[in-house]
Write a protein that binds this ligand. Sequence first.
Ligand code: AMP
Ligand code: TRP
Length: 328
Amino acid sequence: MRVLSGTQPSGELHIGNYFGALRQYLALQEKHSEVLYFIADYHSMTSVRDAKLRTKLCRGVALDYLACGLDPKRAILYRQSDLPEVCELAWILSTVTPMGLLERCVSYKDKIEQGIAADHGLFAYPVLMAADILIFNAGLVPVGKDQKQHLEVTRDIAQRFNHAYDEVFVLPEPYILDDVAIVPGTDGRKMSKSYANTIPMFGAPGAIKKAVMEIVTDSTPVEGSKSTDTSLFQLWSLFATAEERREMFARAQAGGLGYGEVKKDLLARLMDYFASMRARREDWEKRPSDLEDVLRDGAKRARAVAAPILEKAREASGLGVSRETILR
Ligand code: AMP
Ligand code: TRP
């Protein structure tokens, strides 16, 4: 099965992104022979207008993937704009995409409601996402549930093209990362950049410590019995075995356990858990040209998969010179 997913470069990775998305994506490289991950830099143009920042954020995503265990020999990691053919396919697909389909997209409507001025790119973004997927005829697309509707749009567009021309595109199966528990933030709400309640995964140790110490707790004194159904204990549990969790929760309920002790232990476990990934990230960071080689090689391998599918779509829709004409 061919697996594909894309990540918008949007800043520092937090531990919610890791447990909720990246870890799940990377687990798929063990199970499937063809796995492609790309850095969605064309997509980021709908929100980021700073060229230098985009370049920096894209590099950050590549580093995050490699740090978290992407094996560039096994999986293909590439930068979307190194495969500009997706823009050609996006155009082709846009001509079989009804306006109403895009007008119904919740992510677009949300942004309009937030007062973000709409441009054509923001509106047409699901068509580019469809092209990202269909250019490889990817069978399985892991995404968070906010992207579920875009996958339905992709399937719809694929069907419309196939119906209008020829059976070129495979309808991708969504793999919604829904069953993964939501990681709470330091204020108890879902961890999210927009709530400023994140624990950065590769942040400076001081920043991570500050975030952990800021986890909101109630005022139960040390001796008091404590509820373990809180963000502090949920976060702590991410880094503990079932046995350790039973022990810690029993201590919390019995009283005599201070929140400060739990926070200190959480910080130590967290730093330890991510230590080897952090070291790998630092190592890649020192070798920017090796990083660039990984991305270039990724684009080359991605192109080899995409080119025949795009060619089939061009031929099916009568674009360019047909093979028959060349042979004549
Ligand atoms: P975002 O950059 O917020 O769109 O997050 C990217 C992906 O990370 C989402 O699609 C989710 O699958 C995952 N994610 C983000 N925040 C959390 C969280 N607090 N808990 C679990 N998963 C998360
Ligand atoms: N739209 C996705 C997001 O914002 C990123 C993305 C772009 C993507 N193209 C894709 C994900 C294709 C999966 C497949 O998170």
